[in-house]
Unconditional design. Structure first.
Length: 406
């Protein structure tokens, strides 16, 4: 199967332009500037005395203080613009209304800057404000004849922005921690999902691929000796061979998909041997795909966990199937119970000539054997000699509790 699944297109990021709806909660975006605007008007008491000797009506003072708070509604999407408008407004108000205290229009954008930018950027953003703050805190009281107010203004204008920066930076760190927790949780879910996919791929291979491979061996053997068969039978045999090869190709594709992404499947348990003894009996009596199987047992089989026997049966069946595919005339299986571990050897007399290094052939069988053995704490070793290829399987007799828990 060569058709690849179509990739799901990712949505394009939408860039906000102009005075579109502010991102995030609209209530928060509007309510904070609104409260800041009201508090600033109350704090300044709408004093309209200008340095030009005139007095402005309260509604004119309110209008002069409004632009910065309107810009602050979009402080999340257009932070630089909001900062620039606030800075210009503070300078204009100081020039026209020296008594007016534009505290909120300075603190709110400073909090937004600390909320969405690192502290280094906050420090750089404070540089343009140094001159207006100096004018408000130092020059203004001196001009009005109240130099004693300078310490109070220093504390007021120092503590407020410091609290705003600390609050904004804390919220930024909290958001980063929350995002990290989300990514960690997603990574854990992805790992569990990948483990499930690998398990499904392994079980699907053990239950289906081995049967298809045995069918292929039998059908290919019949095709090599089909001269005496009627023509319709020969055609049916060729169709069966093509179908079996197609099924194996499709199964390889499915396994590749499962190992990189897929869904869980339900597989019939009835196709597997009941245990290691059942498999050995079947192989000795029936052989495998017309190939004789010779089994040698060393020592006396002792108590072995059912999961270990199940693993050994699947691995031996896969190894024997591989030996048939490589053209073995006799499959030699040796089961050694004399030591602490269960040691099984599967010898393929044609392995050296047909497959110098089966691990490099790209097949699924050997990797599946290694993976399954490692899951129960076992290991696999390959022995290549001039006349044969031997797979040696070491499995513990008792399953480790930690492995069983996994």
């Amino acid at each position: 199967m060569t058709t690849q699944p179509a990739a799901i297109p990712r949505p394009l990021a939408v860039r906000r332009r102009g005075l579109s709806r502010p991102s995030g909660s609209i209530w928060v975006a509007v309510l904070i500037p609104l409260l800041g605007y009201v508090s600033e008007l109350i704090f300044s008491q709408l004093v309209g005395d200008t340095r030009f000797g005139t007095t402005l009506p309260p509604w004119v003072v309110a209008l002069m203080a409004l632009p910065a708070f309107v810009a602050l509604v979009w402080r999340r999407d257009h932070l630089r613009i909001a900062l620039a408008v606030s800075l210009v407004q503070v300078i204009v108000l100081f020039i026209v209304l020296p008594v007016f205290q534009p505290f909120a229009s300075f603190v709110i954008p400073l909090h937004a800057l600390a909320r969405h930018r690192p502290l280094r950027t906050v420090a750089l953003g404070l540089i343009p404000w140094l001159v207006p703050l100096f004018l408000i805190i130092v020059v203004g009281p001196i001009e009005r004849g109240y130099p004693e107010d300078i310490p109070t203004l220093l504390i007021f204008w120092g503590a407020g922005p410091a609290i705003a920066v600390a609050l904004g930076h804390g919220q930024r760190r909290s958001d980063e921690i929350h995002a990290l927790q989300i990514r960690t949780t997603e990574a854990e879910h992805a790992l569990h999902l990948q483990d499930d996919r690998l398990r499904v791929a392994r079980e699907l291979h053990d239950r289906v691929a081995s049967s298809i491979a045995a069918t292929l061996v039998g059908v290919d053997g019949m095709q090599r000796n089909h001269a005496d068969l009627p023509v319709p039978a020969q055609e049916m045999l060729a169709l069966t061979s093509r179908s079996a090869h197609l099924a194996m190709s499709e199964l390889r594709y499915v396994l590749d998909v499962l190992r990189t992404g897929g869904t869980d499947v339900d597989i019939d348990e009835g196709l597997l041997p009941a245990d290691l003894g059942d498999l050995v009996s079947r192989l000795e009596s029936d052989g495998l795909a017309g190939v004789e199987v010779a089994v040698t047992t060393i020592g006396v089989p002792g108590d072995t966990d059912a999961q270990i026997e199940h693993c050994a049966a699947l691995c031996l069946l896969e190894a024997a199937t591989n030996a048939v595919k490589y053209g073995a005339s006799v499959i030699e299986i040796e089961l050694d119970y004399s030591g602490a571990d269960l040691v099984a050897r599967v010898r393929n007399a044609n392995g050296r000539e047909r497959c110098t290094d089966p691990a490099l052939r790209g097949g699924m069988g050997l990797s599946g054997i290694m993976e399954r053995a490692s899951l129960v704490g076992g290991s696999v070793r390959l022995e290549l000699t001039p006349g044969s290829f031997v797979l040696v399987l070491h499995l513990p007799r008792t399953l480790n509790p930690d492995v069983a828990a996994d």
